[in-house]
Design a protein around this ligand. Structure first.
Ligand code: SF4
Length: 439
């Protein structure tokens, strides 16, 4: 994210202003990128700041051709997707180099794709200070007598259903956006009857996600003599180009979207819909099909106070804990943006020289993009936000909340790197404050 995102709420008069700017978080993006290893390329784009990158993956022949044409015809950039894959020869911090086999979602056997299993947990273990207690569901936070500091957490053992308590000077809640908010909402007391740190009434509100599953695809008759090698674990990215300056202002929606996509040759699976058999069919299966190119948009959603999650004390889960109810809808800005995503996807592919270009749109209900954000937002003012600019709960500063719940607006880019940068910054701040005796 860049200042286009951090300044957006203030400029648009939406929700509350971010209490940070890009200059505050930029060193922490660099810190995280160096640590986790991110492949990509510096492009000099204001709307998608550069970083510290390992070598990018390569475009295939059709992507190169479409990239060139789209730049010439529309002036828009197509760049290689930036991903947390090790691409330097010889590996990185004990992790292997990516073999381009694309089994990352199963947990990379080389540790080439960043994950806690491959990277941060081994690092924590190496300190000798790590204790992991599995099967532990945090039910609530224990406060001190005057409710100004947290003392510890209460957990329910998922196997025995026993309750245990653990105590600490500082508590980081990083249980995923809804998980963290659920813990806070469930931590009620005389001082915080509506959830811990909820003086503002914003805890659980302002749910955001990206809306997606709208785009286009087309085919190409070129490059019949070429194919791809390996399974590149990323695709191309088209950075946001709407509402980034005066020229690109849209009349019917604010904010913007980017496209993720890529090109490849069709394989044997193109025959799945047809029940066939015989020698010719078998021979055809061994040949590559047409080149295809597809793009899918990921759009920013706005933080609406009434889009919220709340504790349902009537409906309990199998651990006898209250469940969470989600009440969220897209509104006019998202629906108007989707119309433009669809039309623009077709325009881009046609400009790229593709044939048989078709738009598509599937329903994209909130939550489907699994980028939930915003339910304990940060802000300048305790009356309108839950966290301060260091991710501390305004009224209980030894609790830090560092997953997507702190997000004040959503941007249209994938959010994990931002969560990690804010987490690293918050951890550093916690150490400094502990040393000063402030926590
Ligand atoms: S493609 Fe994915 S699973 Fe395979 S080596 Fe690379 S990161 Fe690991």
């Amino acid at each position: 994210m860049g200042d286009l995102d951090f300044e957006a709420n203030l400029k648009d008069g939406i929700a509350v202003d971010w209490p940070v700017r890009y200059k505050d978080i930029q060193p922490w993006y660099d810190y995280v990128e160096k640590y986790i290893g991110v492949s990509g390329q510096n492009e000099g784009l204001f709307q998608l700041p550069d970083g510290v990158f390992q070598p990018p993956f390569e475009y295939n022949c059709l992507e190169k051709s479409v990239k060139k044409r789209v730049k010439e015809v529309l002036g828009r950039d197509i760049i290689m997707g930036r991903t947390a894959h090790i691409t330097v020869e010889g590996g990185w911090k004990g992790r292997g180099t990516c073999q381009t086999r694309n089994r990352c979602m199963r947990g990379c056997p080389y540790g080439a794709y960043f994950s806690s299993n491959a990277s941060t947990l081994p690092a924590a273990e190496a300190t000798g200070n790590m204790t992991i207690r599995p099967f532990s569901i945090v039910t609530d936070i224990i406060l001190n007598d005057d409710a100004t500091r947290a003392k510890g957490v209460r957990i329910r053992d998922a196997e025995t259903l026993e309750t245990h308590e653990y105590f600490a000077k500082v508590i980081f809640i990083c249980a995923s956006t809804f998980g963290s908010t659920q813990i806070l909402l469930n931590s009620t007391s005389e001082r915080f009857p509506d959830g811990l740190g909820n003086d503002s009434g914003e805890l659980g509100c302002n749910v955001m996600d990206h809306h997606f599953l709208v785009g286009a695809y087309g085919t190409s008759d070129d490059f019949k003599d070429q194919t791809t090698k390996g399974r590149r674990p990323t695709g191309i990215y088209i950075p946001r180009f709407r509402n980034i300056d005066e020229k690109s202002k849209m009349p019917n929606f604010i904010r913007g979207y980017g496209f993720q996509g890529g090109a490849g040759r069709q394989g044997w699976w193109r025959y799945i819909p047809e029940a066939q058999f015989g020698t010719e069919f078998k021979a055809a299966l061994s040949q590559s099909g047409n080149w295809t190119f597809g793009i899918t948009a990921f759009g920013e959603s706005l933080p609406y106070h009434e889009n919220r999650i709340y504790i349902n004390r009537e409906l309990k889960d199998k651990y006898d804990l209250p469940t969470l109810t989600m009440d969220v809808e897209w509104k006019t800005n998202e629906w108007e943006m989707r119309k433009d995503m669809k039309e623009t996807a077709v325009e881009i592919l046609e400009a790229g020289g593709l044939r048989n270009v078709n738009a598509y749109e599937d329903s994209s209900n909130p939550g489907l993009a699994i980028h939930e954000m915003g339910t304990a937002r940060m802000g300048h003012d305790p009356k309108t936000s839950v966290l301060n600019k260091w991710n501390q709960i305004h009224s209980v500063p030894n609790i830090f909340v560092t997953d997507g719940s702190f997000m004040t607006s959503a941007s249209c880019v994938n959010p994990s790197l931002t969560y990690m940068a804010f987490t690293a910054r918050a951890a550093n701040h916690a150490v400094e404050e502990l040393k000063k005796g402030n926590l």
